[in-house]
Design a protein around this ligand. Structure first.
Ligand code: ACO
Length: 372
């Protein structure tokens, strides 16, 4: 039996949702660069779930469906108000609330394809309301009900602040959602597929995936990037800070990737958004610091930035609390998780690999009172 640490390079399934080939990311065959420049997040959701872009009436129908399903059962917010909100990380709140959603869905354990697609719409629609609702509740405010005529991106920002966002913010946020929507067999997507391959339900799959995304080696990195930028504080402090971190062989958050070796194709879009948005807010230092960090880490270690690096200064420029960065990642990535879950159900086989045993051998039971 031979092992591959971290399953590096192991091809664990076939999938037609998205691909990474020669450092190029595509969703259903569409290059991410093309989608980032042109597509709405709603179009991307349709693409991931149906394998093709929608026509006008199909897009209208999905948009209406999402808007109609955005209201979260009142009990979810009631429970949330009882969470220790001053201590709870929003990713933990999201993980708990998504699990609770299943308790209020009569179809939670209904396994037909139609029922699973209806649940996909409900989950996609309700996660933004949960993320923004938690943010407001912990600030002592009431959740804001979604506006049915706003786009997905605009609604998120509206529910967060209670104010209709400007066009620049909507465009930037939509693009960030498009860029984070799917990413082949990343850790959280694999988690979702492993979970539902036992024929467990969609809510269990998404709850598991949120748990995997939360970690700092995966989606949790974007919040850590902003913590690093805040700690550095000024452009002049970058050099000594990164020098020390590299000399101490510390991991710099937002750099490196298991699959991309030449670079993450999403990073350049976020880099440009960071440049533009930080200029608008008059806080170019976040972009300038990021560029200087990139120069050092890529120059010295050959590690290019990943999707999480520049998304930090993008979300900060949109006025978003730093611990909401990873929940925003989840708000987008749930579209990909759901596509993979539907794909897994359509041709399911239990995912059950083996482990090479390296523990002790030929042990004999010793009664408790004879043990030292
Ligand atoms: N900073 C400094 N050194 C790094 C970094 C980094 N960010 N990433 C990798 N390295 C180094 C490792 O120390 C290791 O060096 P060594 O061979 O001298 O020991 C080598 O590069 C290989 O790194 P691994 O951690 O073994 O690579 P792996 O493929 O397992 O990990 C990962 C990939 C987890 C993304 C890693 O690069 C990392 O921890 N990055 C920082 C966290 C991060 O940004 N995560 C987000 C990834 S994108 C996403 O999930 C959305």
């Amino acid at each position: 039996m031979s092992t591959t640490r971290g399953l590096e390079g192991v091809v664990a399934t076939t999938s037609s949702v998205s691909s990474i080939i020669d450092d190029v990311l595509t969703y259903q065959g569409y290059n991410i660069d093309d989608l980032a420049e042109n597509a709405s997040f709603e179009e991307v959701i349709y693409l991931l779930w149906n394998g093709r872009l929608p026509n006008k009436s199909e897009l209208d129908e999905l948009t209406k469906d999402l808007a109609a399903n955005m209201d979260v059962p009142k009990e979810i917010f009631d429970y949330m108000k009882a969470y220790p909100t001053d201590k709870v990380h929003p990713m933990a709140a999201l993980r708990t609330a998504v699990s609770q959603l299943a308790l209020y869905d009569d179809e939670a354990d209904e396994m037909s394809e139609e029922a699973n697609k209806r649940k996909a719409v409900r989950l996609q629609a309700r996660i933004p309301a949960i993320v923004t609702g938690f943010s407001r509740i912990r600030n002592g405010e009431e959740p804001v009900a979604p506006k049915k005529d706003l786009s997905f991106a605009a609604n998120f920002l509206y529910m967060l602040t209670g104010q209709e966002p400007d066009e620049t913010s909507i465009t930037a946020f939509n693009k960030a959602l498009v860029l984070h929507a799917d990413h082949e067999l990343n850790a959280s997507t694999f988690t979702a597929r492993v979970c539902v391959a036992t024929l467990s339900d969609v809510y269990s799959g998404i709850t598991s995936a949120i748990g995997a995304l939360k970690g700092p080696l995966h989606g949790g990195a974007n919040e850590r990037v902003m913590a690093m930028l805040s700690e550095i504080g000024e452009v002049d402090n970058v050099e000594p800070y990164i020098r020390k971190a590299l000399d101490n062989k510390e991991k710099i958050m937002g750099f490196g990737h298991r699959v991309y070796k030449k670079g993450d194709p999403r990073a350049k879009h976020l880099r440009e958004m960071s440049r533009k948005l930080t200029k608008i807010t008059g806080e170019s230092k976040w972009y300038e610091m990021s560029v200087k960090i990139e120069d050092m880490v890529t120059g010295e270690k050959g590690l290019p930035p990943n999707v999480d690096f520049y998304s930090a200064s993008v979300y900060h420029s949109l006025g978003i609390d730093h611990d909401l960065f990873t929940p925003i990642f989840a708000t987008s990535r749930v579209s990909g998780w759901l596509a993979h879950i539907l794909e897994q159900y359509s041709d399911n086989r239990l995912i059950r690999p083996r482990a090479e045993y390296v523990g002790p051998d030929k042990q004999h039971y010793v009664p408790l009172d004879e043990r030292s």
